[in-house]
Design a protein around this ligand. Structure first.
Ligand code: NAD
Length: 321
């Protein structure tokens, strides 16, 4: 069995490697070569922790396994470790033998940022110039850094409920030598692409805050009850997702579906666009929206890449079990 420790991931897995792994697995999901298993997520009744498993099998990439982990709200304060904790386990699809154990914390940020960027590559207008961010926490920095690599952006604008966190976005914009401007929600009409990545339970971004032609990647809503986007904006947009079953149950689409304003058949897997089965954006005035809920297969895809890179770079720890 191979172990790839958490502290090796940042130097092994590039944004490009994560992007390629996620684009491939979205394509495999849409063509029926890969599927996600039902998600388990439990409040374990100890230190307020949420713990669960996301798994699946990708026959195209031969990745079988699961990500185990969750959220320990008191970690930082009590143990000085981050609150989100996860580990990926990969198994040999031919024998069922455990193949690898890979630190999953950095991989989660990389695969989540890769997902929104895959949507930008396939759905945003080619002439997009202004990148808009709603949210400025841990994931937002990864999201912005990756997104800026997929169009020739000239400016970043940002809004966050807690304005003191907006310097996180400014830091990433500056890394890319781009100007950064704080805006009110109304100012988001300037954006050509918008990523939402907050832990909000109420709609933030409404139809009036978005211009025709905008592409939105809505990444924060990954749990029942969370919401970042108004139902008016959802119904005005052409909606794509990583996985329809998750989109309607735990993703941004859950609210429009529950209100009877949208049907499951209104949602298209992004993989269908990657595979050329769906045409994606059809006009410069269309609002496209990617509901990125986060699937286990993304974790397996980036973990498999991490194992390959660790072996190639002499960083893999081999143990007999
Ligand atoms: P974080 O705690 O670092 O940042 C939270 C962000 O949400 C900040 O911008 C904060 O100001 C904002 N926020 C907090 N409460 C809010 C509220 N009530 N209304 C509006 N904004 C609020 O968290 P993070 O690690 O950056 O994660 C952000 C979100 O992304 C979480 O909801 C997380 O579950 C989700 N997430 C999704 C995926 C996926 O695959 N889709 C993967 C990882 C994380």
């Amino acid at each position: 069995m191979i172990i790839v420790p958490e502290n090796e991931i940042a130097s092994l897995v590039t944004r490009e490697a994560a992007f390629q792994a996620v684009e491939n697995v979205f394509a495999a999901m849409a063509s029926g070569d890969a599927y996600n298993f039902p998600v388990v997520r439990e409040a374990i009744g100890h230190v307020d922790a949420l713990y669960g498993f996301k798994g699946g099998f990708d026959k195209a990439g031969m990745a079988l396994g699961l990500k185990a982990g969750g959220y320990w709200p008191n970690n930082l304060e009590t143990h000085n470790v981050i609150n989100h904790q996860s580990t990926v386990f990969l198994f040999d699809p031919d024998t069922g033998m455990v193949k690898a154990m890979v630190g999953g914390n950095m991989l989660t940020a990389l695969r989540t940022a890769a997902a929104s960027s895959v949507s930008i590559k396939h759905l945003a207008r080619q002439d997009a110039k202004v990148m808009g961010m709603i949210g400025a926490g841990h994931q937002a920095k990864f999201q912005l850094r990756t997104a800026l690599e997929h169009r020739n952006f000239e400016k970043v604008i940002g809004w966050n409920l807690h304005p003191e966190m907006l310097s996180n976005l400014e830091e990433v914009a500056n890394e890319a030598s781009l100007p950064f401007e704080v805006v009110e929600l109304e100012g988001m009409t300037e954006a050509d692409v918008i990523i939402t990545i907050t832990s909000s339970f109420d709609p933030i971004l409404l139809k009036d805050h978005v211009q025709p032609g905008t592409h939105l990647a809505c990444m924060g809503t990954d749990t029942k009850g969370k919401q970042e986007v108004g139902v008016d904006l959802m119904t005005a947009a052409t909606v794509f997702t990583d996985e329809i079953a998750q989109s309607i149950s735990i993703g941004e689409s859950q609210h429009a579906i529950a209100e009877g304003q949208m049907k499951e058949s209104d949602i298209t897997p992004l993989g269908a666009v990657i595979n050329g089965v769906h045409k994606g954006r059809v006009s410069d005035d269309e609002i496209t929206l990617f509901d990125g809920t986060g699937v286990g297969l993304q974790d397996l895809a980036v973990a498999s890449a991490a194992v390959e890179l660790a072996v190639a770079n002499g960083k893999a720890i081999q143990i007999d079990i």
